[in-house]
Structure formats: C-alpha cells, structure tokens
Design a protein around this ligand. Structure first.
Ligand SMILES: C[S@@+](CC[C@H](N)C(=O)[O-])C[C@H]1O[C@@H](n2cnc3c(N)ncnc32)[C@H](O)[C@@H]1O
Length: 203
C-alpha cells in the first residue's frame, strides 16, 4: 500500500463522507437499525453515533486506517461495536445471526459486491432488514456517459469506488425485495451524487 492509500486517502474519505446530503440520509436511515446489526464497510464509523442505544454493531471493513477513526467514535458512543478487519465477501459469522444489515456508500467500492450481498443474505435472519444508502448510475444517459469516461481515473483516486454500479439492481439480483426505495440526487457533481436509499428484505 502506497503513501496516498495509507495516509491521505483515509483522511480524504473521512472528510468527504460528511457532506450535508450524506449526513441527512444517514440520520434518516441509521436509527432504523435494530437488534444485532451488521455494518458492511463501516469505514471511519460515521454511522456509529446515529444508532439507537440498544443495538450491538459488528462492523466489517478491511481498512485498518479507517478503523482508527471508527474506534474513536465507538469509544464515545454508548453502544457495543465489534470490528472485523476483513472484506465482506467472506464474513466469519454463523448463518441467521443479524436482525439488521447496514451498508452506506460501500457497494460502490467492495471489489465483489454480489458476493458481499450473498454473505449479507446468509448472515441476516429470515425476517431481517437490509438498510442501504448508496450512490451509483445516474438516470440521464448524458451523465452516464461521463460516469463511464471518468470511472477508470475515479476508482484509482477514490480507493476503488466506482461511479456507475447499479445498487438497486444488485440488491434485487442478490435475492432481496424492497420495502422502500428512493432514488435522487444530493448536492455535488452529478456523476457522483445520484443516491439510492432504501430498506430491503430477503425474498
Ligand atoms: C466510501 S467508503 C464508505 C465508508 C462508510 N460506509 C461511510 O458511510 O462513511 C467505502 C468503504 O468500503 C470499504 N471497503 C472496501 N473494500 C471492502 C470490502 N471488500 N468489504 C467491506 N468493505 C470494503 C472501504 O474500506 C471503505 O470504508
């Protein structure tokens, strides 16, 4: 891992993920999690202060650099947070463990998001809910054209994030159905700000 990935990128990501539009969506979504919660791609832990106080959170993320920020937030929060420092494509947890799974702006980055979703499916209880907020492919063909053009450079600068994945389609393909789905832009450049927020259950 180079200097940029180890020292600069974690700082940049932690700052960039605090935009007003993102913070609004986090505040709307995270308090809906209940019981035993799996957070995929917990990153710098910006969701941690927003959980209800009676949840137990397991955060899965391979970035030990971002985990340093998340541990500091967890120490201040009045909830149990356990960290698993590895990729979500292989979660070392028994089947049917969690009441809620949370993923915010990480299906864009996880190298094999379909495998991670299949793991979420496996470890979620049959009545469990997947709460997600993701960015992805925009609705206008002109914006999609620019997303495709810029994605190869963007993914290098943004730690593997892709601009043009389709989180709603991926979630359905992984065997979930939506209780709620909202698609809209938040502030910022159109190529990176078309957001998908929703709640999904296992079919
Ligand atoms: C844009 S950040 C979002 C962080 C956090 N979810 C948030 O809302 O601020 C993307 C996250 O995906 C994580 N990530 C990358 N590869 C992953 C993998 N294989 N499994 C789980 N998380 C991964 C990164 O380390 C990073 O924390």
């Amino acid at each position: 891992m180079g200097f940029y990935e180890k020292y600069l990128l974690p700082k940049l990501l932690n700052a960039a993920m605090k935009s007003p539009g993102m913070s609004y969506l986090r505040k709307k979504q995270i308090p809906l999690a209940s019981g035993k919660v799996l957070e995929i791609g917990i990153g710098s832990g910006l969701n941690i202060p927003l959980y209800q106080k009676d949840v137990q959170v397991t955060g899965v993320d391979p970035s030990e650099e971002l985990q340093t920020y998340a541990r500091a937030l967890a120490a201040d929060a009045d909830i149990d947070v356990e960290f698993i420092a590895k990729g979500a494509e292989d979660i070392p947890v028994a089947d049917d463990t969690f009441d809620s799974a949370v993923v915010t702006w990480s299906l864009c980055t996880i190298p094999d998001p379909m495998r991670a979703l299949s793991e979420i499916r496996r470890v979620l209880k049959p009545e469990g809910r997947l709460l997600f907020v993701e960015h992805g492919e925009a609705p206008e063909p002109e914006v999609v054209k620019w997303q495709k053009r810029i994605d190869p450079i963007w993914s290098v600068i943004a730690g593997g994030c892709h601009l043009n994945r389709k989180p709603d389609q991926m979630i359905v393909d992984a065997g979930f159905r939506f209780d709620e789905i909202e698609r809209r832009y938040i502030e910022g450049p159109k190529i990176a700000t078309f957001n998908y927020r929703g709640i999904a259950r296992l079919i």
